[in-house]
Design a protein around this ligand. Structure first.
Ligand SMILES: [Zn+2]
Ligand SMILES: [Zn+2]
Length: 587
């Protein structure tokens, strides 16, 4: 598949050069689900800015050119020959220099009239195999991924062995586009990320804030049941705190520069752990205080490269459902398992079925805190706990935190890309560094173990995936507006207002649509807003209310769902009770 995709990148480059002979090619690798080619169209490349409007023309040319493409032919070049052939392309010269430095062979591959610097990996028969391709999108990309370099035009495309596979993939992309959390976020007015505030920084709008608050409240309530105590910690702290924790040494690339406060340096927190440690050390602890579980819906700030930012999926400021459990070594496995089970339970509540668990362990390449013996102990505990849960997981070297091994829950977005959401980590290192102690039953001081955990992870990322999973049609308890009231005409505004007040009294989020529009128009609008229920009030409903001869007038209303189902007429109180029970029993 990689050979097919990379070969198609050659074909794309050939077609681009046909129309833009002065464009400079750089790199065209295969990627998951397709390929791209980064091209410098330059100011002298002809018609200026290259846009997606050119795709049909380029695709047409690709189909035409490939008819003359036989097998890719490898030609080995000497350093001089290579420098000469690519002397007007500084990017290729840069690549050639890299090849020479590594003492590798310089090769170009030729098919038809087109040849390109390449180390190989192509299909046998381009003419037959390169048929079912499609250009998809354009993005900006820096040469070598470095912001200091020139911005190139990246053209994305895909290719499949059969027409059916291509069609299926394109259909999936269409569906994913409809579910894209950035698009739905705009349409339903959930959040905005704009340049005024800064890239990668989320501003929650009122509708999105309701969803987030519901999730936060739910998490706080559930965790209280599990023995967690909630705290608030500050967003900044002295740099020395982060030096002590090891963050300044091993996590600095993700941290923002220190700021000066009265001649002392302060940092914006990238993690909450050192703050929660201060809560542990506030007073002496004995074994009776353990497990000591401190939780916080806590915001953290991490530097992510601008090219990596992706809607809510990767941001520079986010909030975690964070907690730290301080416990004895003997308690660590059980605490880990209980967190693990909690995360699984939560994911069921949110309807996730398709997720995987990855155990991140140390790699030899990177730097970590602490001694090998402690790492081995921590990894042993993590494996023991995971095995005891009986769940499937896979091990990934290099995915540990700098202070300990961690089990991450990976959930897929609408495009099928996996994102790390929940996490549970065992840490023998920070307790040592902060000299944490508790008094054991024998009266001696011992060092506790720390478990770091965030079941949903970044709420921003979790909400992105949630938005895509529900395609914006949130379950009742999360819906920003739960009920829309639609009077058939102005005549019914007064009873509609009464119904609204009744719902508000019962903590139901309701909106009264008093626009002078047809009922059909109003229903369409509510359906687009994905409001779960609509209440219709007109003559029929008022008649029915009057027939029922009661002292306290009981209003009748007609209920419809956003799926278009007619639930018929019922009394307001009955509907309210139904809503309340549905909201309370969501989990
Ligand atoms: Zn190639
Ligand atoms: Zn932590």
């Amino acid at each position: 598949m990689d050979n097919l995709r990379h070969s198609c990148a050659h074909l794309l480059a050939a077609a681009v050069l046909f129309y833009y002979p002065k464009a400079k090619l750089t790199l065209g690798p295969s990627i998951e689900n397709g390929f791209y080619y980064d091209i410098d169209f330059g100011p002298s490349a002809g018609s200026g800015h290259f846009s997606e409007k050119e795709f049909p023309k380029i695709e047409q040319k690709m189909h035409e050119l490939v008819k003359k493409w036989g097998k890719f032919e490898m030609i080995e070049l000497s350093n001089d020959e290579a420098m000469k052939q690519f002397d007007n392309n500084e990017y290729k010269l840069d690549l050639i220099k890299g090849i020479v430095d590594k003492k590798e062979k310089i090769t170009v591959y030729k098919s038809g009239d087109f040849s390109d610097l390449c180390r190989g990996g192509h299909v046998e028969n381009p003419k037959e195999q390169l048929r079912y391709f499609k250009l998809l999108s354009i993005a900006g990309a820096y040469w070598r991924g470095d912001e200091k370099n020139k911005m190139l035009t990246r053209i994305y495309g895909t290719v499949f062995p059969t027409k059916q596979e291509l069609d299926e993939y394109l259909k999936m992309l269409e569906e994913a586009k409809k579910r894209d959390h950035r698009k739905i976020g705009r349409e339903l007015e959930l959040f905005t990320i704009n340049n005024e505030v800064g890239s990668g920084i989320t501003l929650w709008l009122p509708n999105g804030s309701i969803i987030r608050r519901e999730i936060e409240n739910f998490m706080v309530t559930e965790q209280i049941k599990l023995g967690f105590k909630h705290v608030y910690s500050p967003h900044i702290g002295r740099k020395s705190l982060w030096e002590k924790s090891g963050h300044w040494d091993l996590y600095r690339e993700k941290m923002y520069s220190p700021m000066d406060v009265d001649g002392d340096e302060y940092l914006v927190k990238p993690m909450t752990c050192p703050m929660h440690i201060q809560s542990f050390t506030f007073n002496p602890k004995s074994y009776r205080d353990l497990p000591y579980r401190i939780a916080e819906i806590g915001s953290v700030y991490r530097y992510e490269q601008s090219g990596e930012l992706a809607g809510l999926l990767r941001v520079r400021a986010f909030t975690q459902d964070d907690a730290h459990i301080f416990c004895t070594q003997e308690q660590a496995v059980d605490e880990f398992i209980s967190v693990f089970n909690f995360i699984n339970k939560l994911y069921k509540v949110f309807g996730f079925k398709d997720y995987r668990v990855r155990l991140g362990v140390r790699s030899k390449k990177e730097k970590y805190l602490g001694e090998d013996s402690l790492w081995e102990k921590a990894q042993e505990k993590a494996v023991e706990a995971l095995d005891k849960t009986g769940s499937k997981y896979f091990i990934s070297e290099g995915d540990a935190a700098f202070y300990g091994p961690k089990a991450d829950f990976l959930i897929k977005d609408a495009l099928g890309r996996e994102w790390q959401c929940g996490t549970v980590q065992i840490d023998f290192m920070l307790p040592e560094r902060f000299n944490l102690k508790y008094v054991a039953p024998d009266g001696l001081e011992k060092t506790p173990v720390m478990i770091h955990r965030a079941p949903l992870g970044s709420l921003e990322r979790f909400l992105a995936i949630l938005i895509e999973q529900y395609a914006g049609a949130f379950p009742l308890w999360l819906s920003p507006v739960q009920v829309a009231i639609l009077p058939i005409s102005e005549k019914f505004l007064e009873p509609a207002q009464r119904v609204k007040e009744e719902l508000l009294k019962n903590n139901i989020r309701v909106e009264l649509n008093d626009e002078n529009k047809s009922l059909g128009g109003k229903i369409r609008q509510v359906t687009l807003q994905k409001i779960p229920f609509m209440i219709i009030i007109g003559d029929k409903e008022i008649q029915r209310s009057k027939v029922k001869d009661q002292k306290e007038e009981e209003l009748f209303i007609t209920i419809r769902t956003r799926e278009g189902k007619d639930l018929g007429m019922m009394e307001v109180t009955k509907f309210i009770n139904q809503l309340k029970s549905q909201i309370e029993n969501f989990s």
